[in-house]
Ligand binder design. Structure first.
Ligand code: KG4
Ligand code: ZN
Length: 335
């Protein structure tokens, strides 16, 4: 029985997992979202996030235990996200989970938030086959060659904005509520992806890297050129989204071919985007590849994915020392 805490950004989350014969069983996974609070500021305010984590963590741990019909004594192992993320936010969850482990003398695992996203499509089986992982979140865009659990090679990343960050920044330019991603997807449904021609970055020397800042600037110039941008909202959203999706899908398929992977996974908050899911599945199937999506409850930040990563870690390596600290820039893999 493993309890995991996630607090790397603006969601306080707690989950409890255990391994049963057919695979991991997520007994409870609760999220206390701060989106409404940060919406007022148009983005995450670290100091506000940290204070809210500190207020919410204790009751949320209790609620998660109640939800699973367990008490703290039933928990055998504790885990928390130790990076990457906002330093002050990470500190709250990590310190709390280490405190629970220290007080009970139970083992503790510090988990990489991106590994949580990466492994989330495999909650059902709890087995990590070789695959190509595309992670698209608010802070990261990564292509990872995965050979198995803890065998990760980073083969591509964004050189400027993350995909989700681009959605959020364009959302702000269009005066949409934070976070921009879901709002843009909704509006894009009634627009045309061909209405405006926005760039797709080609990075000659690093073909699997991404760049979205040129696109963001192109959208800004287009907005400035229009007399009434609000009248073209749906087309602007659809054309921007089409450019992001084109880059993501094209590079992912090329990488799957180069690294000889038949399975592609899609994870991270932007993986909620249905048009992205459909485009990737269509492109992958035409090449004979299979796409594994993340279960919807595990797509945006949550502790279920941290619990899964911690469960696999506990089966593969010794626990971490309780002196382990946060690392806001914790790398997932080294190339
Ligand atoms: O993984 P996540 O919850 O947090 C990070 O680790 O960053 O990702 C949040 C990001 C935000 O940028 C949000 O705008 C984006 O995911 N997002 C979406 C959609 N839902 C969430 N982007 C595009 N389309 C969506 N439907
Ligand atoms: Zn995340």
């Amino acid at each position: 029985m493993l309890l995991a805490i996630e607090s790397s950004c603006d969601e306080t989350a707690v989950a409890i997992i255990r391994r049963v014969e057919k695979g991991p069983e997520l007994l409870s996974s609760l999220i206390s979202s701060q989106i409404e609070i940060h919406r007022e500021f148009g983005g995450v305010v670290p100091e506000v996030a940290c204070r809210n984590h500190a207020q919410r963590i204790r009751p949320l741990v209790q609620q998660t235990l109640d939800d699973a019909d367990l008490t703290l004594d039933d928990i055998d192992t504790f885990a928390a996200t130790r990076g990457p993320g906002l330093a002050s936010s990470l500190l709250v969850g990590l310190a709390y989970a280490k405190g629970l482990a220290a007080a009970s003398g139970k083992p503790f695992y510090g988990i990489n938030h991106m590994e949580g996203h990466l492994l989330s499509p495999f909650l059902e089986s709890g087995h990590i086959p070789p695959h190509l992982g595309l992670i698209v979140s608010g802070g990261h865009t990564m292509l990872i060659d995965v050979q198995g659990h803890d065998q990760y090679q980073l083969i591509g990343r964004t050189i400027d904005d993350a995909a989700g960050e681009a959605f959020d920044k364009v959302g702000r330019m269009l005066s949409l509520p934070y976070p921009g991603g879901p709002e843009i997807e909704k509006l894009a449904r009634s627009g045309s992806g061909h209405a405006f021609t926005f760039p797709r970055a080609h990075l000659k020397d690093a073909p699997f890297n991404f760049s979205f800042s040129g696109l963001k600037t192109a959208v800004l110039y287009q907005i400035q050129k229009l007399e009434d941008p609000q009248e073209h909202l749906a087309d602007l959203c659809a054309s921007f989204q089409a450019s992001v999706i084109d880059s993501l899908v094209k590079k992912t398929i090329q990488a799957a071919k180069k690294f000889d992977h038949k399975i592609i996974t899609l994870s991270g908050g932007v993986a909620c985007n249905r048009t992205l899911q459909e485009s990737l599945i269509q492109a992958a199937e035409s090449e004979g590849f299979q796409v594994r999506l993340t279960p919807p409850a595990l797509t945006t930040d949550n502790a279920g994915m941290i619990a899964l990563a911690a469960l696999l870690a506990s089966e593969n390596r010794p626990p971490d020392d309780l002196n382990i600290g946060i690392n806001p820039n914790l790398p997932l893999a080294i190339t």
